[in-house]
Design a protein around this ligand. Structure first.
Ligand code: NAD
Length: 330
């Protein structure tokens, strides 16, 4: 099998080398993205993989099909940017990748702790020899009630870790998972909004989840609530977050992801003019901690991200069942 890998980062290269011999596939690595203009370079390959940072829709899939590409793998867990229905309609098989949820779950806990212990301001002060404690008083995670929305792989791991801190945990999901009941209580969304000190979301981005945290439900939350998002930026309505921070209804935000982060995050923009007013405005608040979509970024996750995307392409090519073949947005 011949595979063309787009968006290849230096930190992925050694894993591509390992996986090509493991599965006996030929992989060409390119650093740039897959676009309508360069899709003809896929001619002669059987499968394509991209990093999942930008939209792959009808136009690109049609051109992939014209170039006889039958298999497509996105090297991320989230696949909201891939038009799976259209790919399926024209006969291109698509899969995503998977990796242990602990990278994102641990990062989520870290965001909670950074916000709770006011570490952003602490580190700024430390750098200018201001060792005062005024204004930096925090709270312990174990003394708080935490709400987890979305109890899939990552949400479940977040709950397990929170249990270790001694937090009381309320959960909400469309589908309840019995294993969660050891550590958390499922409640309706209204109860979760009303009672929790910290709320973290771990749902996929879909039309039905876009803006699931918005002005209406922020209003129902406790004063000073802390919101955490290490899933997808668009799950939280940014305008409502800004209003909530300005009015002090929201006591802190930990955001690893941001609406319209594509072409900003994961690039060095040191000398560029970045056009994203909401990002710049929100970032300046002392109680808003933002990281550049890096919750996944551990050695183990990057290795698995590369390995399973190639394994997926190979299995689909060989006609074997593959657990992470995508047939619809879930
Ligand atoms: P998962 O599919 O295992 O779990 C998602 C859960 O959300 C499921 O239990 C599902 O039932 C639930 N859900 C869906 N719609 C819902 C709704 N309207 N209300 C409540 N629950 C709902 O996925 P996962 O592996 O846990 O990943 C979750 C998301 O995290 C991914 O979709 C991805 O966007 C994001 N992610 C971010 C990073 C990062 O680096 N920041 C890395 C990996 C994944």
């Amino acid at each position: 099998m011949k595979i063309l890998a787009f968006d290849v980062k230096n930190y992925e290269r050694k894993y591509f080398d390992e996986v090509s011999s493991k599965y006996n596939v030929e992989i060409k690595l390119v650093e740039h993205s897959l676009t309508e203009e360069n899709v003809s370079m896929c001619k002669g390959y059987d499968g394509v993989t991209t990093l999942g940072l930008y939209k792959i829709g009808k136009n690109i899939f049609d051109k992939l099909k014209e170039n006889n590409i039958g298999y497509f793998a996105v090297r991320s867990i989230g696949y909201n940017n891939i038009d799976i229905e259209y790919a399926k309609k024209i006969g291109i098989k698509v899969c995503n990748t998977h990796y242990a949820p602990s990278s994102v779950a641990e990062f989520t806990i870290m965001l909670m702790l950074i916000v709770l212990r006011k570490y952003k301001q602490t580190i700024y002060r430390q750098n200018v020899n201001n060792f005062s404690l005024e204004g930096l008083i925090g709270k312990t995670l174990g003394s708080l009630k935490v709400g987890v929305i979305g109890t899939g792989k990552i949400g479940k791991n977040v709950i397990e870790l929170l249990h270790g801190f001694g937090s009381e945990i309320l959960a909400f999901d469309k589908y309840e998972n019995k294993e969660i009941l050891k550590y958390a209580k499922y409640v309706d969304k209204e109860t979760l909004y009303k009672e929790c000190d910290i709320i973290t979301v771990h749902c996929p981005l879909m039309e039905s989840t876009k803006g699931m945290i918005n002005a209406d439900n922020i209003e129902k939350m406790k004063d000073g609530v802390i919101l955490i998002n290490a899933a997808r930026g668009e799950l939280m309505d940014i305008h409502s977050l800004i209003k909530g921070i300005e009015s002090k209804k929201i006591g802190g935000l930990g955001l690893d992801v941001f609406e319209d982060e594509t072409n900003i995050y994961h690039e060095n923009h040191l000398n560029d003019i970045i056009s994203n007013m909401k990002m710049a405005y929100l970032r300046q608040f002392p109680n808003v901690v933002m990281t550049p979509h890096m919750a996944f970024f551990t050695e183990a996750s990057v290795q698995e991200m590369v390995t399973y995307s190639i394994e997926g392409l190979k299995k689909m090519y060989d006609g074997e069942p593959y657990e992470f073949e995508l047939t619809a947005l879930n």
